[in-house]
Design a protein around this ligand. Structure first.
Ligand code: KG4
Ligand code: ZN
Length: 361
């Protein structure tokens, strides 16, 4: 069955045609990164306007690339939440229009579950149970998956998402948006961290995350190294403290801070992922979402998996960041187990992750 997937939860307008829940026939992603870059983060009002401008073109391109005539599409899967309401509504409106015009079923998909099941597009033999870490700009959560329906939340961030921490620290250091790729680039080649930053592991085996302490530690480090203080009105806010054009010597200090931050956050993510794997006695760990494209995180997870005799699975970078193929694939799974939605379903800006299965711990 050919599924049309639509994703508009944040700053990517995406559409994809997937055959069953495995084969990607087309995947079109139009990113708004350049529209938000100067604000250092996603501006919701701009995001929904941009989705609304791009959605028709993205849908047409996805259908054309798939070489599947529109009338052969058997269902539409669309991100229902969590995400920015105005953005979600653009995708949901388009999906409903198509479902109504073609007289085909529609299915609302949890964006986080889309990330969690994205590895099946490239690793069809991945078997349950496994532990999945979703690390993106909006989410940092650990799950135990026993089947397509049994998804148990094991822990989540108590404050910022990991990607959000990358973005805020990058802004502070004057390294631009999105922060992850920029911090990774500046940290490249620094293997010995001159002055490590703290790791917030909380108590042993606690699977929740907290990155606000690390963020504040970076702020203090910047103040110490550069002697700059935020003005009183902005104290504690993460505006840019280091100018874009820094002297070579300053740039090397910026790079050291970027490397220390990256090292600390990837260490926490890796440690908790393997605590969860040990706790649930699984054979595989999956890491997905935008931050999963981070090279150091991949390196650490692969190394630890080897030591523990586990399989480590990462989607390729194009499937780590937001895309509609993962939404179509997850939709295919839900539809094949009989799940559809009426044309009156709403968007959910927040959506607990235990939909479609067992309870939250
Ligand atoms: O999954 P995604 O595209 O969107 C959300 O659902 O949030 O993730 C975007 C996030 C951004 O915060 C970005 O800074 C981060 O993923 N990111 C990275 C890297 N590439 C993207 N973080 C660390 N290292 C990277 N290479
Ligand atoms: Zn995402």
């Amino acid at each position: 069955m050919y599924i049309l997937g639509i994703e508009t939860s944040c700053d990517e307008t995406a559409a994809s045609v997937v055959f069953d829940d495995r084969t990607i026939l087309s995947s079109v992603v139009v990113s708004q990164i350049s529209d938000h870059a100067r604000y250092g983060g996603v501006v919701p009002e701009i995001a929904s306007r941009k989705h609304s401008e791009a959605i028709s073109m993205v849908l047409e391109a996805a259908i054309a690339d798939s070489q599947i005539p529109m009338e052969k599409i058997s269902a539409v899967a669309v991100t229902r939440g969590p995400g920015l309401i105005g953005s979600l509504l653009v995708g949901i409106g388009a999906a409903k229009g198509i479902a109504l015009a073609l007289g085909i079923p529609i299915c609302g998909v949890n964006h986080v579950h889309g990330h969690l099941f994205s590895p099946f597009l490239e690793y069809p033999d991945l078997s349950f149970p496994f532990v999945g870490l979703v690390v993106s700009g909006g989410h940092t959560s650990l799950f135990h998956l026993r089947s397509h329906e049994e998804i148990q939340l094991l822990g989540k961030t108590r404050d910022d998402a990991a990607g959000e921490a990358f973005d805020k620290v990058s802004k502070l250091l004057g390294l631009g948006y999105p922060g992850g790729p920029s911090i990774e680039k500046h940290a490249q080649g620094i293997s010995e961290i001159p002055e490590p930053l703290p790791q917030a592991l909380l108590e042993r085996h606690n699977l929740d995350f907290s990155f606000s302490g690390l963020k504040t530690a970076v702020l203090r480090r910047v103040e110490k190294v550069f002697g700059r203080r935020p003005d009183s009105g902005r104290r504690g806010s993460f505006h840019q403290l280091v100018p874009n054009r820094t002297a070579d010597e300053d740039l090397s200090r910026v790079n050291d801070i970027a490397a220390a931050f990256q090292d600390s956050i990837t260490e926490v993510l890796t440690t908790k992922l393997f605590w969860a794997a040990e706790n649930r006695r699984v054979d595989s760990v999956v890491v997905c979402g935008g931050v999963a494209s981070n090279g150091l995180l991949r390196e650490k997870v692969v190394k630890k998996a080897k030591q523990a005799g586990l399989q480590a699975v990462f989607p390729s970078p194009g499937l780590c960041t937001d895309n509609a193929a993962m939404i179509a694939a997850r939709g295919a799974g839900l539809l094949s187990s009989g799940h559809t939605d009426g044309l009156d379903f709403d968007a959910k800006s927040r959506w607990e992750h235990n939909h479609g299965g067992s309870s939250t711990t």
